[in-house]
Design a protein around this ligand. Structure first.
Ligand code: ISE
Length: 290
């Protein structure tokens, strides 16, 4: 990439690259455990940063980033929760805003990977996968989640060390969101969402543009991985961020959203371990993030 743009003597070290005078803005897409330190470097350097989820590995790490950003006095951080830019979820959000079908009551979600990365554990099914439904659920419903309950079936024989998770979250507005998270589904990558309202429902349509009939079968292509399924969302995210940075404004998930998603995911982990319903209490939201 550096060669494409005629950049010479590009430093190998992340923080040094962030500080490089030729760099105006930063996308952090390195391994999860490197995110927080690189984001803090961007804030120190005063450079806008789009950071892949998670914002940080802990609630405390998210708090440090929010404090640093507030001390800098300027919103610089966007967390790359791309589903907020997916056309299907945007249409679902509009139905909530317009109350087109009455008030929402349930949000039923399915999040299936065909196969999971080798490092994926039962905990990461929540913090690496379900965290997408947590963020997009907050976006759709416009409020926080206030309790979490998690139950798990037996593990699939295809991945005996990794249990699927069934997560139930209650929103402050009284909506119940459930998420089936199964990252070893084998057949393909599939994300479903159905918003059930007082007078009707809004569901994500299957993404592929065509249906297929062949050899006595009728169906659609199921993508193998999320990059293909959410191509439009990733493109929308990157375009929106680039425009926002160029025009000096904010868009998408802020550092507060990154904190709220991490705190909610932590409550899900506690619920998974205890088997109990866990109350979710967030810090008071600073006006800086309104
Ligand atoms: C992965 O890290 C992602 O962000 C994908 O969107 C998600 O579907 C997948 O389960 C995660 O492992």
């Amino acid at each position: 990439l550096a060669d494409n743009y005629g950049l010479r003597d590009v430093p190998e070290d992340g923080p040094a690259l962030v500080r490089h005078p030729a760099i105006d803005a930063v996308i952090v897409a390195s391994p999860d455990e490197t995110h927080a330190d690189l984001v803090l470097e961007c804030i120190t350097a005063g450079k806008p940063v789009l950071v892949e989820k998670p914002l940080a590995g802990s609630v405390q790490g998210c708090g440090e980033i929010m404090l640093a950003e507030q001390k800098k006095g300027k919103r610089l951080v966007q967390v790359a929760y791309m589903r907020r830019f997916d056309p299907g979820y945007l249409a679902m959000r509009q139905a909530v805003v317009d109350a087109s079908y009455g008030l929402p009551l349930f949000l039923h979600c399915i999040h299936r990977n065909a196969v999971a990365p080798h490092f994926m554990t039962s905990d990461l099914v929540i913090t690496n996968s379900v965290v997408h439904e947590i963020d997009v659920g907050r976006f759709l419903l416009g409020c926080e989640f206030v309790s979490a309950l998690v139950v798990s079936p037996r593990a699939s024989s295809k991945a005996p060390s990794r249990q699927p998770q069934f997560v139930v979250l209650e929103s402050a507005s009284g909506v119940v969101m459930d998420v089936e998270a199964f990252v070893d589904a084998q057949y393909g990558y599939e994300v479903r969402a159905e918003l059930v309202c007082e007078e009707g429902t809004v569901s994500l349509a299957p993404a592929p543009p065509v249906t297929l009939r062949h050899a006595n079968r009728d169906g659609i292509v199921v993508e193998p991985i999320w990059l293909a399924r959410f191509r439009d969302a990733y493109g929308g995210l990157l375009q929106a961020w680039t425009s926002a940075v160029t025009e000096g404004r904010n868009c998408g998930s802020s550092a507060w959203d990154g904190y709220a998603a991490t705190r909610t995911a932590d409550a899900c982990l506690e619920a998974a371990r205890s088997g109990a319903r866990v109350a979710i209490e967030l810090e008071r939201k600073p006006a800086f993030y309104d």
